[in-house]
Design a protein around this ligand. Sequence first.
Ligand code: NAD
Length: 314
Amino acid sequence: MRAFSRDALPGRVVFGAGSARRDLAAEVAALGVRRVLVVATARGEALARELTGSLEVAAVFAGAREHVPGDVADAALAAAEKSDVDCVLAVGGGSAIGTAKAVALRRPVAVVAVPTTYAGSEMTPVWGRTDGGEKRTGRSPDVLPRLVVYDPDLTVGLPPEVTAASGMNAVAHAVRAHDADPVTALLGREALRVLTEGLPDAVAEKDRTQALYGSYLAASAFAVAGAGPHHKLCHTLGGAYGLPHAATHAVLLPYTAQVYAAGLRDLAARIGAPTSLRDIGLGAGDLDDATRRLPHVGGLLTDAYEGRWPPHAS
Ligand code: NAD
């Protein structure tokens, strides 16, 4: 066996149906924090207020948006400072959790995450922020959630098309782990197995536990493996053209991963995930602009724009 090094990450995970409503208050109290800022999107605010109703909440910031625009990050930080919080609790998908991380990057707070999608941000020390169409990302132990409460009941309202796209975001995390250290790669393989089994059932609205468990495993593997070229591509397109993050993963992953994962396109089609950048809102002019910015993957971008499969060899 080849030699390897591995940085394991800390953090407590509570997983189970009903856990958010049953355990969240006691779990947050056990962290020993004093003042909590709840973060959500405008759409997720009602759920966030309901789940945190039994907590002492200092303030609610319900302005989270995808790709963490700089003005949103600044407004969330201002809310945290005004209320003098030492904990930021995000309820929602990667948009809410990313906004909580943006606060933690600039103020010492404990981050708590209650995810409602399969984006996986809750398991990673990765932050992102978008200013003037440029999305920057980085790693910092300060933004890694100290507590994550996974409750499959919270994903019940996720529409099938969001489930499919977000599920492919999780698959991208699992695939990324293939060339990491052997423990992380093992986690990634198991994540891929669980997601392949669980996502069709989640999209069919039969069972969502497996899909959420798979997304947890995948995000844990990705958190250690770190982002690769596929993620760079998704962040550039998302930050510059406002493409939805999960759907961008769903479209691009079968192209970027074709060498070792020829079955992904079939999974995406089977669960009804989007399969072309044009269908998720990239304009023809944007394609030209993106090809100029990313000339080394120009052929791949054109194929993914058209939804052409198998892609042209380039
Ligand atoms: P999101 O949080 O915007 O959620 C996607 C959609 O699902 C939204 O329309 C939202 O309203 C809806 N939604 C969420 N929960 C719902 C529920 N329970 N019921 C009904 N609808 C619900 O987006 P996302 O795909 O979860 O995350 C994308 C963001 O997260 C991007 O900004 C991306 O860069 C970031 N991200 C970061 C990491 C990381 O490690 N830092 C990892 C993955 C994604």
